[in-house]
Design a protein around this ligand. Structure first.
Ligand code: 5GP
Length: 212
């Protein structure tokens, strides 16, 4: 899809983002121009809204099949990036589920991952004896997920698995197990469907790549 089509699909965004200040931020290995016109920033579609919806529904079916309906299923979404993924995943599950949220910070704005993970919000309830699935937006180096799996495992769930919408295997620094992967992608910085750049783009219904 061309950038023009993307913009047409999002009425008003060009106006909203218009600014005359041009600044540059380095984020990971991508350099993105912030400021100028929105057309500089309109993400190029990598995975369309339809692709995402189809895959998330398939993942929901796969997960539902593997947990008998009479067993509990507790989904722990990692904020903020996984909130849309969780919402669509559970709406496609024809069974009882419970949910909880945890927030961690692994990337300081404008830098690459340091490998340090800081917990910002803990879960509301314990995990002892429960079937738990960590719901994460993207696994990149794997450091965040390795940390999450370790601390959640220590809370003695009955089972602990992980569902990630996206995976960038070429970036991995640590071998981390992910039972459910939506899409495997190349080393590109992606936004949309919950994923942000400087807190923007989370509301896009598709996964896009920012243009330089
Ligand atoms: P990891 O610890 O695996 O390197 O990084 C995981 C976290 O980094 C993700 O939960 C996400 O917040 C952020 N991240 C990694 N790659 C991307 C990306 O391509 N786009 C966005 N928006 N965030 C990313």
């Amino acid at each position: 899809m061309t950038r023009e089509k993307v913009l047409r699909g999002l009425p008003g965004r060009g106006k909203m983002e218009h600014t005359t200040t041009a600044r540059h931020f380095i984020f990971g290995r991508e350099m993105c121009k912030i400021g100028g016109h929105m057309s500089d920033l309109a993400p190029t579609v990598l995975l369309s809204a339809e692709d995402v919806q189809t895959r998330v529904k398939a993942l929901a079916r796969e997960i539902s099949r593997e947990y008998p309906p009479d067993e509990d299923l507790h989904l722990v979404a990692i904020l903020k990036g996984a909130f849309l993924f969780l919402g669509d995943l559970i709406r496609a599950m024809d069974r009882n589920v419970t949910i909880d949220f945890m927030a961690v910070s692994s990337y300081a704005k404008g830098t690459t991952s340091s490998g340090e993970v800081r917990m910002i919000k803990d879960l509301d309830s314990g995990l002892e004896g429960r079937n738990v699935i960590i719901v994460e937006d993207i696994v990149d180096t794997g450091l965040t997920l390795a940390y999450l799996q370790e601390i959640l495992h220590a809370r003695n769930p009955r089972t602990l698995r992980t569902a990630c919408l996206l995976s960038k295997p070429s970036r991995r620094k640590i071998d981390v197990k992910v039972e459910y992967v939506g899409f495997t992608i190349e080393d590109r910085f992606v936004v949309g469907y919950g994923l942000d750049f400087a807190e923007k783009y989370r509301n896009l219904p598709y996964i896009g790549v920012l243009n330089e």
